[in-house]
Design a protein around this ligand. Structure first.
Ligand SMILES: Cc1cc2nc3c(=O)[nH]c(=O)nc-3n(C[C@H](O)[C@H](O)[C@H](O)COP(=O)(O)OP(=O)(O)OC[C@H]3O[C@@H](n4cnc5c(N)ncnc54)[C@H](O)[C@@H]3O)c2cc1C
Length: 435
């Protein structure tokens, strides 16, 4: 990888998501050779991906170039690399660009969409975990509208204008709300020759209610808000098949649609090479101790979504959201000087739950903050403020804020652009999109 060997210990950070980014910001000052490997040259702010998919904001405003963190810093190297394998015996990382020896390695590779082994669904449903995937979805939604203008029969139009979202967690709920707003605000303006009533939005959830990780009150409020926007909610509904035309469920329902958006679960981006007892085979998360050390290793760490730290409060690991990733990175960065000096008095990780929230479109959001359950306009303002502040980079905050103001004032979604056509049948596009 063309990185010189120096006398400094080499610390390799794999993944530039919430955990990796916050970690390198803190480790930069230590007497180490710091190397970051990531398969994109940018950090992605995943919570706003759904707004990219639904033409609300441009992709550039939710990503941040990882090389911006180097800023003339000696001993800090970034390499655009897809890590394939780690050999813990020889302490070697193998990536598509070559091999690298490490003294310490910190794995922050996050998760990818989990299709639960159903290859047919994986082939045809749309995931939304990365910028390329969000752009594919944006193209597909807009192409459907364009195609429906030339479709002859009402049945064909309905097929193109029927959107099925699988999974009613925060991502599914936010997407459903944003697509419903498209129907009400954009379709009548841009496509006056299309009857908006032909467009349907279904959200399918295996649990008995939407937003299962949130409180019942927030769940009810968000279900009411979705229904008010015309979204059809199907709970206790498990999808068993999708062949590109018809969605089938376990209880015998069928939905004819060209567009299925899959937000029903994630699985760890595990890197090969570790013994099998180091990770959970079901969700592919590394088992880590309270200092984020991977089971059985002193110089291998895992943080964020890819780490499973079983503890009393979280017997199955912490929730796979941004805060555990950020907080684990902070804790490890504080412990790292001690680790380098061989000291044992490390601080164990303790998660501080700052709450969870979801927005269901204009003026509507729900938030569970401790015992406080917020909903409606105030929760929406809180949601916007927190997401703006969490975005990386002042430019991104400003651009997203201006976009939101513009969209709010005009009931509009400014980025209705098909930059690159998407075809579900073109396998090559799908492979690229998975990157
Ligand atoms: C659509 C969506 C909406 C979300 N909304 C919210 C929300 O509102 N609030 C919230 O708290 N959380 C939300 N989350 C979850 C949150 O984004 C994750 O919990 C968080 O990103 C986890 O951080 P991480 O650093 O562990 O992983 P990630 O942020 O996923 O970062 C992993 C990084 O590793 C890189 N990588 C992966 N494999 C390799 C490899 N083999 N080689 C090199 N690099 C690799 C990836 O490119 C990526 O940069 C959302 C997630 C999604 C997908």
């Amino acid at each position: 990888m063309n990185i010189p060997r120096t006398e400094l210990p080499r610390v390799v950070v794999i993944g530039g998501g919430f955990a990796g980014l916050n970690l390198v910001k803190k480790l930069k000052k230590l007497p180490i050779q710091l190397v970051m490997l990531n398969k994109h040259n940018y950090h992605t702010f995943q919570p706003l991906l759904y707004q990219v998919s639904t033409s609300g904001i441009e992709p550039d405003s939710i990503v941040y170039p990882l090389r911006m963190f180097i800023k003339r810093q000696q001993n800090f190297y970034f390499r655009l690399a897809d890590v394939e394998h780690i050999n813990p015996k020889t302490q070697t990382i193998t990536a598509d660009i070559g091999d690298l020896h490490y003294d310490y390695v910190i794995i922050n590779t996050g998760t990818r969409t989990n299709f639960f082994g159903n290859h047919e669904i994986q082939k045809y449903a749309m995931p939304m975990k990365t910028i390329p995937q969000a752009l594919n979805l944006r193209s597909l939604i807009l192409q459907n509208f364009e195609k429906s203008t030339i479709a002859i029969t009402e049945e064909d139009k309905k097929f193109l204008l029927n959107f099925v979202i699988v999974g009613a967690g925060p991502t599914g709920v936010e997407l459903a709300g944003a697509i419903a707003e498209f129907k009400h605000n954009v379709l009548p303006l841009d496509f006056p020759d299309l009857d908006p009533e032909l467009m349907q939005i279904h959200i399918l959830e295996g649990a008995p209610r939407v937003l299962p990780p949130m409180s019942e009150k927030s769940s009810e409020k968000s279900a009411d808000a979705l229904r008010a926007l015309g979204v059809d909610i199907h709970t206790n509904t498990i999808v068993t098949d999708y062949d590109g035309e018809v969605v089938k469920t376990k209880d015998g329902k069928t939905f004819k649609t060209r567009t299925v958006i899959w937000s029903a679960g994630v699985i760890g981006n595990l890197i090969e090479g570790f013994p099998e007892d180091c990770y959970n085979p079901r969700n592919k998360r590394y088992y880590v101790d309270e200092y984020n050390k991977v089971k059985g290793f002193e110089n291998v760490f895992a943080l964020g979504d890819i780490a499973q730290m079983n503890c009393e409060d979280y017997p199955n690991g912490h929730p796979q959201v941004a805060q555990p990733a950020i907080q684990q990175a902070m804790n490890l960065s504080k412990n790292f000087p001690k680790i380098l000096n061989g000291k044992n008095n490390l601080k164990p990780f303790k998660y501080v739950d700052k709450g969870s929230m979801a927005t269901i479109g204009r003026n509507k959001a729900v938030a569970d903050i401790g015992k406080l359950k917020l909903s409606g306009f105030f929760a929406w303002l809180v949601w916007m403020f927190i997401h703006l502040m969490a975005l990386v980079g002042f430019r991104n905050r400003l651009v997203v804020f201006l976009n939101w103001v513009y969209n709010y004032a005009n009931f509009n979604k400014a980025s209705r652009l098909i930059i690159r056509r998407f075809s579900v049948s073109e396998r090559k596009v799908r492979t690229d999109a998975e990157l």
